[in-house]
Design a protein around this ligand. Sequence first.
Ligand SMILES: Cc1ncc(COP(=O)(O)O)c(C=O)c1O
Length: 313
Amino acid sequence: MPIQPTEKIWRNGQLIPWEQANIHVMSHVIHYGSSVFEGIRCYGQPSGAAVFRLPEHMQRLLDSGKIYRMVLPYTLDELCAAVVDVIEANGVAPCYIRPIALRGYGEIGVNPAGSPIDVFIANFPWGKYVAGHGGADVCISSWNRLAPNTMPALAKAGANYMNSQLIRMEADINGYAEGIALDVNGLVSEGSGENVFLVRNGVLYTPPLANSALSGITRDSVLTIARHLGLPVVEQSVPRELLYIADEVFFTGTAAEVSPIRSIDRIVIGDGEPGAITKQIADEFFGIANGLRPDRFGWLTPVKVDTAVTVTA
Ligand SMILES: Cc1ncc(COP(=O)(O)O)c(C=O)c1O
């Protein structure tokens, strides 16, 4: 989906015109993939708009930077305020928010220490991410997720997404909406940009973070909602074939939200329809995000926007 530009982008503490938010081709990030970033959604509410789990996302940005010895020159509160500022300046909601911290123009050579750290925050409209209304047809990827102690999977780093691109392109070329990658030991890890859950006999399972999965904020939201609903929840390693015989499988992610999976490798999951537990969790998730159910976990940060731009699925 083409990017729909807005007016302003936040750069190192200033709001600048969208078209001026450029970097030099000799910036460290271009050559060595040295960036950490976030993806956040701002949802429409009955009386305005609100960002979903803003502090948790910005904390993960700081954590990703910390893993790469990239100390961002802003506090958590400053980064959260910057997100609110750029949304309010652009007046675009609902929207997707993309903060990114990168190693900029300074020195050539792998060691990033001599390159400056630049922080940008953009927001723009973005609709549904995983295709398939009644459930997506996905595959198990021939590509593994990042091996432990190679590229840190808990850092949401730009470089990790070369692996995600391989998973996503392979799925696309073979006619699937998305790929699920296994870790180097053959256990289920995650999609190219989503965490994975399955339901079997009324129990909700998701792989633990040690299986090379990102610590998804939506994953955490779903675990919290499931516990609140009294559903049994287990974080445990998942063999590939458990997905095939699950009653329900779904993706979670900021972009994907809660997205049911209809088939995996052309094996139909359950009866091929979104399952009851998936629906129960999705109803609560979207109910909170859209302000139609109480914000019982304190997940929403309100923003003041005059214009509500409708994002189509
Ligand atoms: C590889 C990967 N896994 C999982 C997720 C889901 O994370 P979140 O729910 O925080 O968006 C994402 C998206 O950010 C991702 O890129």
